[in-house]
Design a protein around this ligand. Structure first.
Ligand code: AMP
Length: 221
């Protein structure tokens, strides 16, 4: 199965992706995590991506598409995947369709998390992230069991550089101008499934579990 999870920054894509991956047996591929790993490792790609990310802008399509192609086509180990944070532009979506068409495949579905901007701003202003395993928490709504420590791997939690208020505003603007047109793109392909992401992480998790148990999404769709 080939899935995409789409939605504004802070919609809960990274939090829900592990649940969806587990239910569907798909490999979770987050382009944001891949860029952050490249920055951490001081790679050429990381150096080029960092400035765009710190300003809340998108990394150029050519760099991003090459990175994804390397992962899902060249590594040839991603027959089943859940793409999180990619595509983010129509050009990236077209490139993804072309990559898959090259091996006679196509996306099965695009899960879109719907959340209003005011909810996003409140959420991101309280987000804590584990740099080691990528798990997200929130100082008000999704606290770790031990303050400042990741429940999953025990690493220290930090505030992401791009979760600063000015950058959050830019990221939302970028989403509306560059990523939202993808909704129309995938609606025309009849692939979009909308999920309300404005409640708690637990509520949205339940909505996703229900979606799959109703078999609106199954491997044979
Ligand atoms: P995320 O963790 O998905 O919120 O991504 C963090 C940042 O990484 C974004 O604000 C972008 O700067 C960059 N990024 C991640 N995925 C993409 C993409 N598909 N296209 C361009 N930039 C991306």
């Amino acid at each position: 199965m080939k899935l995409v999870i789409l939605g504004p920054p802070g919609a809960g894509k990274g939090t829900l992706a592990p649940t969806i991956s587990e239910i569907t047996g798909t490999r979770h591929i987050s382009t944001g995590d891949m860029f952050r790993m490249n920055i951490k490792n001081g790679t050429e790609l990381g150096l080029r991506a960092q400035q765009y990310m710190n300003e809340g802008q998108l990394v150029p399509d050519s760099l991003t598409i090459d990175m994804v192609r390397e992962t899902i086509v060249n590594e040839q180990k991603s027959d089943n995947f859940l793409l999180d944070g990619f595509p983010r532009t129509v050009e990236q979506a077209e490139a993804l369709d072309a990559m898959l068409a090259g091996t006679g495949q196509e996306l099965d579905a695009v899960i879109c998390l719907d959340v209003d901007d005011d909810v996003i701003v409140t959420r991101l202003s309280g987000r804590l992230t584990c740099e080691n395993c990528g798990t997200n928490y929130n100082i008000r709504t999704l606290k770790p069991q031990v303050e400042g420590i990741c429940d999953v791997c025990g690493h220290e939690l930090t505030i992401r550089e791009d979760d600063q208020p000015a950058t959050v505003k830019n990221r939302l603007k970028t989403y509306h101008t560059q990523t939202e047109p993808l909704l129309g793109y995938y609606e025309r392909q009849n692939k979009i499934i909308h999920v309300d992401g404005s409640g708690s992480a637990e509520d949205t998790n339940q909505a996703i579990i229900q979606l799959f148990s109703e078999r609106k999404l199954d491997a044979g769709m």
